[in-house]
Design a protein around this ligand. Structure first.
Ligand SMILES: NC(=O)c1ccc[n+]([C@@H]2O[C@H](COP(=O)([O-])OP(=O)(O)OC[C@H]3O[C@@H](n4cnc5c(N)ncnc54)[C@H](O)[C@@H]3O)[C@@H](O)[C@H]2O)c1
Ligand SMILES: [Zn+2]
Ligand SMILES: [Zn+2]
Length: 370
């Protein structure tokens, strides 16, 4: 079949809207009609080269839609089902899945070529194969994906907000609750209030943090954070450091969560300085693989037993946490409607990313037309 999609041809190129050929699902795969796709910063890393992948690639790894067709052997999903795509596929059988660490599933090894688990491609154009970001390609009207990427959800949920629970929401939430280990009474600093950081704020607040300090140079971001659970905000890391020190009477923050768009040595250094003895810095934001973005005094690491923790998908388990977060949305404990600040047509994807980089959105969402 034919589908319209936003693709990248290489580093430094703009998103191009083009018509592609899409293969039907093979064994263990499903054909999806995407309804909504979130504009996560990680797709912009494909454009800048901060995430190295094979090109050309169909963009988009945050999305929700409807199952149109199922391949051989798929029994868990049926046409008409609503699904959220987890940007992390989870096979259920590799050693990491078997340990319950499904965010570290070995299928993640495919994130370079972005082919499907059998090693072949479903998108084609003029004889060329195209990968699909995180095995998904949510910037396409239709896509053929592995069933391991699909979490069935209730059809009462607006797919526009359900889409965000495929990446930004669990990534941010889990950054606070899982990787950061936030506990009642804690003081937490969150650096960078985008689609990920705003959910770190929500997660920290829900976990019972006494103080949540949101750091972002943009006033609109700080205001959004204060509406969704931050008790304080700061325009700079220095201000945040002073707040964390004052609020804890000199002890320091229990956790400092780094969710900025592009991670730098400076922000990690600031987070490390802001935490208390045995406090935790969580690094969720990305920077190019060739950059050494961590330069820290091991003196403090050792003598104050400070901790540094990376986090993929916030340490969440897609098949457990995605339904759980949607339940929290239904009960009003987790705000999702408030996160969608702009809606775009597929052919406005470059504008959507320009707006993200200008800091105009918490999350922009593409609504597909069919
Ligand atoms: N580890 C994972 O599993 C995972 C998953 C999704 C996204 N990410 C990464 O998380 C990061 C955030 O993604 P997003 O979609 O929320 O991005 P975004 O662009 O929507 O938001 C980033 C925010 O950081 C702010 N910022 C930039 N520099 C700052 C600084 N020095 N101090 C404070 N704030 C600063 C910006 O003003 C912006 O509000 C990206 O690097 C993305 O690739 C990681
Ligand atoms: Zn993402
Ligand atoms: Zn696995």
């Amino acid at each position: 079949m034919k589908t319209r999609a936003a693709i990248l041809q290489g580093v430094g190129k703009e998103w191009e809207i083009t018509e592609l050929d899409l293969d039907p699902p093979r064994a263990g795969e499903v054909l999806l009609r995407f309804v909504a796709a979130g504009l996560c910063h990680s797709d912009d890393h494909l454009r800048t080269g901060d995430i190295p992948v094979r090109y050309p690639i169909v963009g988009g790894h945050e999305g929700a839609g409807v199952v149109e067709q199922v391949g051989e052997g798929v029994t868990r999903l049926a046409p008409g089902d609503h699904v959220v795509c987890s940007f992390i596929p989870s096979c259920g059988h590799c050693r990491f899945c078997a340990r319950g660490l499904t965010n570290l599933c070995d299928l993640g090894a495919l994130f370079v070529d972005n082919c499907l688990p059998d090693g072949t491609f479903r998108f084609h154009s003029g004889g060329a194969d195209l990968g699909q970001m995180c095995l998904l390609g949510t910037f396409s009207q239709w896509s053929t994906v592995s069933e391991h990427s699909c979490v069935k959800v209730g059809d009462d949920l607006p797919l526009e907000v359900a889409a965000l629970v495929g990446c930004g929401v669990p990534t941010g939430w889990g950054t606070a609750v899982n990787a950061g280990g936030v506990r009642p009474g804690d003081t937490v600093v969150v650096y960078g209030i985008g689609g990920v950081g705003i959910n770190a704020v929500q997660g920290a607040a829900f976990a019972g943090a006494r103080y949540v300090i949101a750091v972002d140079p943009l006033a609109g971001k700080r205001e959004a954070a204060e509406r969704l659970g931050a008790t304080h905000s700061a325009a700079t890391a220095e201000q945040a450091q002073r707040l964390a020190t004052d609020l804890t009477e000199g002890v320091g923050a229990d956790a400092a969560l780094v969710t900025v768009g592009v991670v730098t040595e400076d922000v990690i250094g600031a987070a490390f300085a802001a935490i208390r003895k045995q406090g935790t810095v969580v690094v969720t934001g990305l920077a190019g693989p060739g950059k050494n973005t961590i330069q820290l005094p091991s003196f403090e690491l050792t003598l104050f037993e400070k901790r540094l923790q990376g986090a993929l998908f916030g340490g969440c388990n897609p098949f457990d946490d995605i339904p759980r977060m949607l339940d929290l949305y239904r009960s009003g404990h987790l705000k999702l409607d408030e996160l969608v600040t702009s809606r775009y047509r597929l052919d406005e994807v470059n504008q959507g990313y320009a707006d993200m980089l200008d800091g105009k959105n918490i999350r922009g969402v593409i609504l597909h037309e069919h």
